[in-house]
Ligand binder design. Structure first.
Ligand code: ADP
Length: 630
């Protein structure tokens, strides 16, 4: 039994195809993890890397606490079950199951005990003498599972094990595998392209697309809180409906304007976390609503459609309708820059009197709608919002917002001088306890490790991460970390936030030395002519991933800013400017043509400084392809 950790795992095939990009997950012991996604998204490649059947291009794979990147498959203590069973046709079921153990010289009586035990669990005791060809697909898959069970592996890997079975058998085997997982108490990793399998079996699901992880979550969270349109559309049947709409806030309601001119309203609270820019009809967004959350309404208002097809399934009924105005309004709306309306699927209980050609009115459950940005297709209603935006005014070195006026630190004052009205995007973590502003707490949500407060400012909320003491109804006194906010003046970014990391370009090298007469190799990151000792394991990784070109190429060294210190010696930088943000200040350095920011005191008078950081704090990225090597 063991958990697994995948850290920045990449797979680039020899033909240059990048099949897996920066895959990260911590799998707990005894979890049932499902990798799901359309064909070609990199599920099997990832599973095969875990099994050791495919080399890992970059990244670290741990089984338990052991780094297994270079460990032979047979030593990884995992068992893999394939779609095509991979049984030996000339051997009996018993022999197939015993084969691996015999190879390991396990005593015959132990083999017997293990095989009989597995056969009992899988209910194939009566078939032990049969050859695979005299068995059904379901029975063969049981044998394949049995062969895995007898090995007592730490981790079970299953690659589409049920896709050769018919629908009924698949459903049956699904529950059996779930039961097997419970009774064995072992970690399972299961690959499938079938979202129903994923939803019914996984404790957590990894949704993948084109080599990228889209979301890792529990089945219910994937269903209720899809991170983007792809996940929303992939999970759930019938598929989620999508429409291009505009949103328009009117007091405590928001109008949802469809391309056919239909308008429905939802309470503002439902979309309060969406950035304000989406709520004034200016930008089109994608509205998603599952067929389960659309109802045929008694009222003759709202979304209107004409029934196309009705499918009666006995217990429920699926209605396919075209939104009315689809045809005649489409051209006009298209001219206004809105996309054409489309059709809608409704899932409802049986007994409803609806026929083809009927005109129906539809109500959407306002608490079950999803909204996505049209360009990025990422949800615009995040549990912890990226930022909330408010207007402020800059004059005479002061910022007026939230009903107060505060003196600006020099860095902000210099950048915003004369800008007047500014829009400020404020991430929740940039709102910190302080004395500059005070707003009433509308509510506090517990979101995992985070307590998110909504603070009332006029008719909108400023979101803040707060500690345990803060309660609904309190007046919360706070300040803003202005190095974390974005200031907009008109359409331009007047002052960008300062990120957590810096990057410097440099080279990689090695050097031999003797230690107690032994030859030792040291590896270095070289930046601006200064070597930084690299962790030895990273040196080996550079060699393994990049081959000999690692000593010729340039690399991007990414360093967390907190790890960069001013020092007596190290990498030389010319101080261009000191940026004073009040609670913190930074020096803008020119490191041989590369500009970086480091934390530095306001009083720093030197025009030349040295910076240093440890090799352990550096992540090395390739410049050839977008890949973190180590
Ligand atoms: P999935 O299991 O999700 O269907 P795979 O992991 O099998 O996807 O494949 C991911 C991508 O990598 C696909 O585009 C596939 O064509 C490609 N691929 C798989 N194996 C190889 C290979 N040996 N060489 C080059 N490309 C490959």
């Amino acid at each position: 039994m063991a958990g697994l950790t995948l850290k920045h795992i990449y797979k680039v095939y020899e033909n240059g195809h990048k099949a897996v990009n920066d895959f990260n997950i911590n799998i707990e012991d005894k979890e049932f993890i499902v990798f799901v996604g359309p064909s070609g998204c990199g599920k099997s490649t990832t599973l095969r890397m875990i099994a050791g059947l495919e080399e890992i291009t970059a990244g670290d794979l741990f089984i338990g606490d052991t780094l297994v990147n270079d460990m032979e498959p047979k030593d990884r203590d995992i068992a893999m079950v394939f779609q095509n069973y991979a049984l030996y046709p000339h051997m009996s079921v018993y022999e197939n199951m015993a084969f691996g153990l015999r190879n390991r010289k396990v005593p015959e009586e132990v083999i017997k005990e293990k095989v009989l035990n597995a056969a009992k669990i899988l209910d194939i005791e009566d078939y032990l003498d049969r050859k695979p060809k005299a068995m059904s697909g379901g029975q063969r898959q049981r044998v394949a599972l049995g062969r895995a069970i007898v090995r007592d592996p730490k981790v079970f890997l299953l690659d589409e094990p049920l896709s050769n079975l018919d629908a009924k058998l698949r459903a049956q085997m699904r529950t059996e595998i779930t039961k097997l997982h419970k009774s064995l108490g072992t970690t399972f990793i299961y690959v499938t392209h079938d979202q129903v399998e994923a939803m019914t079996m996984g404790t957590r699901i990894v949704v993948m697309k084109l080599g990228y992880v889209q979301q890792i979550d529990t089945p219910m969270n994937l269903y209720n809180k899809p991170y983007n349109k792809f996940v929303a559309g992939f999970i759930g049947t019938p598929q989620m409906n999508f429409f291009n709409v505009r949103l328009n806030r009117v007091k405590d309601k928001v109008e949802v304007i469809f391309a056919n001119g239909n308008v429905i309203t939802v309470p503002y609270e439902v979309v309060a976390k969406a950035p304000d820019k989406y709520l004034h009809s200016g930008v089109e967004v994608i509205l998603g609503v599952r067929p389960d959350h659309v109802q045929v309404s008694e009222k003759k208002t709202g979304l209107c459609g004409v029934v196309n097809v009705v499918e009666h399934l006995g217990n429920e009924c699926i209605i396919y309708a075209d939104l009315e105005g689809n045809v005649e309004n489409a051209e006009e709306k298209a001219e206004e820059g809105m996309s054409k309306a489309n059709s809608i699927t409704i899932k409802t209980i049986e007994g409803i009197e609806v026929n083809q050609g009927d005109k129906i009115y539809l109500a959407l459950d306002p608490h079950r709608i999803h909204l996505f940005d049209k360009e990025t297709e990422i949800t615009i209603i995040e549990e912890v919002p990226h930022a909330s935006s408010f207007m402020g005014k800059v004059s005479a070195g002061k910022l007026s917002m939230f009903g107060k006026s505060v003196a600006l630190p020099a860095a902000v004052k210099d950048a915003l001088d004369g800008k007047g009205e500014v829009m400020v995007d404020i991430p929740p973590y940039a709102v910190v306890p302080g004395k500059d502003f005070a707003l009433e707490v509308h509510d506090v949500e517990e979101l995992g490790d985070v307590r998110l407060a909504s603070l009332i400012n006029g008719d909108r909320y400023l979101y803040a991460i707060v500690d345990k003491k803060v309660k609904k109804g309190d007046t919360y006194e706070f300040a803003l970390h202005l190095d974390k906010v974005t200031f907009h003046a008109g359409d331009e970014v007047a002052l960008a936030p300062i990120g957590e990391e810096e990057a410097l370009i440099g080279t990689f090298s090695k050097a031999d030395r003797r230690e107690n007469r032994e030859r030792v190799i040291d590896f270095f990151y070289n930046i601006n002519g200064v070597p930084v000792l690299a962790p030895r394991e990273n040196g080996y990784k550079m060699n393994q991933v990049e081959g000999n070109k690692c000593y010729k190429n340039n690399y991007k060294f990414v360093i967390n800013r907190k790890a960069i210190k001013l020092a007596e010696e190290g990498i030389e930088g010319d101080v261009k400017e000191i940026l004073d943000y009040g609670y913190i200040s930074y020096a803008k350095l020119d490191v041989n043509g590369q500009e970086i920011l480091v934390e530095a005191p306001v009083g720093l008078a030197d025009s030349k400084v040295y910076i240093s950081f440890a090799g352990e704090d550096v992540a090395v990225h390739s410049l050839d392809i977008d890949m973190r090597i180590c």
